[in-house]
Design a protein around this ligand. Structure first.
Ligand SMILES: [Zn+2]
Length: 261
């Protein structure tokens, strides 16, 4: 970790920007984000000292979440912003003051490239990854709200979660969480639960908390947008068929409640 921000570029010429915008002009009321879309690590950080298998595991990203989010963007004609780099480089859904922002370990795995970082090294990741991603979300929401202030806007983040935590099997197939404003999440939860053959968590497997979440509190709540976070269990997302099925379930659920907004 001898990267020096003053003398070298953070990204190489062939690496993607910090974020990707899909279907920017989408007509839907809902804006989608995927904070943990990718397990890519900038080349300058040498895979953070991790093996490819550790980076491919859930500690590096939310497997399947980006694929579902892209299908939702298409099905709903919604704009989508995805982070292009691993949560282990800097977690775009954690406040930068959180100890989990640049984690020194995750799920018992020590992250060699995150040990004893200097203020410069931390700031490099904040300036090159975290800030551009959130600035892109801000800009998209600004543009949509400015162009039509009366137009309602919903904010939905897409995540995936591990089937087991501490050797305990998690019962939910999917979960919907909210923070202060529960309208959108309650409606989505009910519409998913009415599908009948799945276990839907409400504020499970994770509630949204200011200390551990950034996107919904910052972009949704502070703007007064009805917001929700969806978490899909990763064992349902291991095949293209599974990914398409979950995208279709969420699409159907959203369409049944869309009229409310
Ligand atoms: Zn996530």
């Amino acid at each position: 970790m001898n990267h020096n921000p003053s003398t070298s570029a953070f990204f190489s010429a062939t690496e993607p920007a910090a974020f990707e915008v899909v279907n920017e002009q989408g007509k839907s009321n809902v804006v989608l984000v995927c904070d943990h879309a990718s397990n890519r690590v900038p080349a300058c950080l040498n895979k953070l000292g991790l093996s490819d298998s550790h980076l491919a595991d859930h500690i590096g990203w939310d497997p399947g979440a980006a694929a579902v989010a892209r299908l939702l963007a298409k099905n709903l004609d919604a704009p989508l912003i995805l982070s292009s780099y691993s949560r282990l480089v800097i977690d775009c859904n954690r406040p930068i003051a959180s100890s989990e922002s640049i984690p020194e370990q995750s799920a018992g795995i020590m992250i060699p490239g995150n040990q004893n970082l200097s203020a410069y090294e931390r700031d490099d990741r904040i300036q090159n990854l975290f800030i551009p991603y959130h600035a892109a979300i801000d800009a998209l929401l600004d543009t949509r709200l400015l162009s039509n202030p009366q137009h309602p806007a919903l904010f939905l983040s897409i995540h995936s979660f591990t089937p087991f935590l501490f050797n305990q099997q998690r019962p939910w197939h999917i979960g919907v969480s909210h923070k202060n404003d529960d309208r959108f999440a309650k409606n989505l939860y009910s519409a998913l639960a009415q599908q009948g053959d799945i276990i839907v968590g409400f504020n499970e497997p994770y509630p949204i908390e200011d200390a551990f979440d950034f996107s919904i509190p910052t972009h949704g709540e502070t703007r007064g947008l009805s917001s929700a976070m969806i978490e899909i269990r990763q064992d349902g997302l291991t095949t293209q068929t599974g990914i398409a099925r979950w995208a279709e379930r969420i699409t159907q659920a959203y369409r049944t409640i869309e009229v409310e907004y």
